[in-house]
Every structure is written in C-alpha cells, then in structure tokens.
Ligand binder design. Structure first.
Ligand code: NIG
Ligand code: FE
Length: 389
C-alpha cells in the first residue's frame, strides 16, 4: 500500500545536496511512502502515482523527532523536589535514589504502562524514535527487567546500571562497579544496544566510568556518556577517547572539551529541558557549533531533572536561550538525534528512510520556536503507520 503526501508547503528533508539550507528544504513538495519507507520526494507536480493520497494543505512536513536521550522505565514522580528547586534548592543526583525505591517496588505491568504512556505522549508530539535507558533498578534483576521492558516499547535501549551507586553499597563504588561490569552486564546486554554511565562527582569518576564502558563494549554494546552535567569533569574527554556515539548534557565545557568534540564523531547531545527544570545555566550550543561539533537536542525525559517529553519545547529553548537558529535546532532534534544514535534510516526524509513523518499545523519549521508552548502537531506517521492524532 503506497501513499502520496502532497501539497506540502515546506518539506524538511535533512538530505545533504537537496533543496535549500541545512535542512534541505523543498517547497510545494510531495513524499511518496511505500511499505513503511520513503520511496520518493520531490516537487508535488512530478509525484508518481500511489494507491492513496493525503493533502498536506500547504503545511510543513518534517522527519519525526529523534529523542536520543530519555529515562522512561520508572515509577512515581518528584514534583515536590521540582517545587523545592524552584524555591532555591540545588539539583543533586541524590533524588535519583527516591525514584530507585519507587521503581523497585513497582510491578512489571506498572512500569510497562508508565513507559507506554510516555512513549505515546511523545508520539503525539511528533517524536518517532525514542531512546530509553535503565538506571532506576540498580540490582541485577531490576536492571534486567528495566532493559527487557524498555526493549518492548522503545526504538533504542541503553543499559545504565552505572546511574548512581545504590544505597545498599554505601560508599563502596568500586564494589558496585564490579557488579555493573559483570553479572548485571551479562543479564542486561542481550536486551540493549548501548551502555551509558553517569560520569560525575557523586556518581562515577573517570576510571570507574571507563571500566563500565569498556566492559560494555566487550559485551557488544556501544558507548554513550552522561558527561559534564554538573561540573567540568572528565566525561566528555572520556566519551571522545572511547569513540562514544554521544556525550550528553555538555553543560560545563572547557576549551579542550569543545576541541575534543569538534575533532571527533562523538555528538554533543544537549538537553535544555534539564537546565530549565534545574535552573542551571544552558549549555553553549553556539560555541559547539562554531567549533564544528555535531549537536543533537533531546529531552532527557525523567521524573527528576526534566519531566518534559516535548522536543518542540527543547527546540524553542535552544533557539531562545542557546543561540541556535531555528534551522539548526530543528536539524539537531531530527538528524542530530539520528547521528547520536548512529542511525541513517531516521531523522531524514529521502528515499530509503523510514517513513517517520511529522505534519505541522504551521507553514514552516520556524513556527516550532516562534510559537512556543502551542500544540502544532497535525499528524504523525511512524514507519508509514499513522500514530497521531
Ligand atoms: O540525565 N544525570 C543523571 N541522570 C538523569 C537524572 C535522573 C534523575 O534525576 O532522576 C539526567 O539528568
Ligand atoms: Fe539522562
């Protein structure tokens, strides 16, 4: 069954060498979808015939958002902690343990239902690729169940046993790293593609983080790192050293960190919802882009540091407060996320791409930043199947 989406006012292809500007914009365009894949893009007047057609009525069409960083397997929430932060209390990794306790006590069905609710919420907002981490279980059984449930629902699964040291280990971080790199890893690796670590004061230092990532690589997982979120620590340079797909947060960077990212293929994934929700300074996207680094935007959706699933919100903040142009921010939320997940089938709309299509109720991608907080998703297809409204 093939379908032509026709009468597209502005088609964001993200295809280098196609159309205008960094987004490869085509005007008065059409997209032909065949069997869940994009078969053709080009001028509407030249679109080949398909079984059915859909009239975009002059509106903008983009690749679905690629949210390359989220923590969605959890129970409970931490609204009171957010309220306390807004009246002056700083964010610290300690709150993670609150969610660990709630998650451990929850049934599989409860975790599954919460995860599905959040992924559906994301789809309604235009997100068609979701990465999901474990990290609120922190025992072999709990982490195994988290990655197993994540794999039922999310597109990309990340083993984050090294999120924080669970309370039963006290200060014995090395003993916990032993578990994360042995029994917990072998239980989780079959369900995951990625290994991640929170490299930060109060979580895991460079040596411990390196051990976690190298063990993950040995078990067939590819690395990504929570890096430089709260301090100008060693995370970014470790990510580059290990050719991680992504260094995430990048809030506190020195010149050596920026240079390292710019001369590597490690993507700098910025999570502006976190700085919004923790009152931290925003990462300096302009500095990274001007240095030549590849930048992705993602939500980090989780009950602590940012309980937003909205990629449009991230785009608006990145444009307003991180000096990204609307085109750069939209690229980072689509193609950038695909780079951060080393995927070539999503984050673009060209022949062979998965048919993940976001129809905006607006004439241009600029409206995502220009009209912050306004629902502008008209329809969403994932793999050619309509998932919203
Ligand atoms: O990416 N930094 C570590 N982990 C999450 C926060 C998780 C939480 O606060 O529950 C993050 O911000
Ligand atoms: Fe995170």
């Amino acid at each position: 069954m093939s379908i032509t989406v026709t009468n597209i006012g502005e088609l964001v292809t993200n295809e280098p060498g196609t159309g205008e500007g960094p987004l490869g914009v085509l005007r008065d365009a059409a997209v032909v979808i065949d069997g869940g894949t994009v078969a053709w893009t080009g001028p509407a007047s030249r679109a080949p015939a398909a079984d059915t057609s859909f009239d975009a009525a002059g509106r903008a069409v983009l690749p679905g958002f690629v949210d390359s960083h989220a923590h969605l397997v959890f129970a409970g929430e931490r609204a009171e902690e957010f309220a306390a932060r807004m009246s002056g209390r700083p964010y610290g990794a300690g709150g993670i343990r609150t969610t660990v306790a709630r998650t451990r006590a929850a049934s599989d069905d409860r975790l599954r239902a919460n995860l599905r609710r959040l992924v559906d919420e994301m789809a309604r907002q235009g997100t068609t690729t979701v990465e999901c981490k474990s990290g609120y279980g922190l025992t072999v059984e709990q982490e195994e169940r988290a990655v197993r449930i994540a794999a039922e629902v999310a597109d990309e699964v990340t083993y984050l046993g090294a999120h924080v040291v669970p309370p039963e280990y006290g200060d014995d971080t090395d003993a916990y790293v032993d578990l994360v790199t042995t029994g917990m890893l072998s239980a989780c690796a079959p369900h995951a593609r990625w290994v991640d670590v929170f490299c930060e004061e109060g979580a895991f230092d460079a040596g411990q983080a390196r051990a976690v990532l190298q063990a993950g690589v040995k078990a067939g997982l590819a690395p990504r790192v929570h890096a430089n979120q709260l301090t100008q620590g060693p995370g970014v340079r470790l990510a580059v050293e290990l050719d991680a797909a992504s260094a995430d947060h990048c809030t506190f960077l020195g010149d050596a960190d920026v240079d390292a990212l710019a001369s590597s293929r490690t993507v700098a994934t910025l999570l502006p919802g976190v700085e919004f929700s923790t009152r931290q300074p925003y990462p300096d996207a302009r500095r990274l882009l001007d240095a030549g680094a590849t930048v992705a935007l993602a939500t980090d959706c989780n009950p602590g540091s940012c309980f937003s699933s909205s990629m449009a919100f991230c785009i608006a903040v990145a444009v307003r407060d991180m000096r990204m142009t609307p085109a750069e921010a939209v690229w980072s939320a689509t193609a950038g996320g695909a780079h951060a997940l080393r995927r070539t089938d999503v984050g673009r709309l060209g022949p062979g791409a998965r048919a993940d299509v976001l129809l905006l109720d607006a004439p241009s991608h600029i409206h995502l930043a220009y009209r912050p907080g306004v629902p502008q998703v008209a329809a969403v297809w994932k793999g050619g199947r309509q998932v919203a409204p």
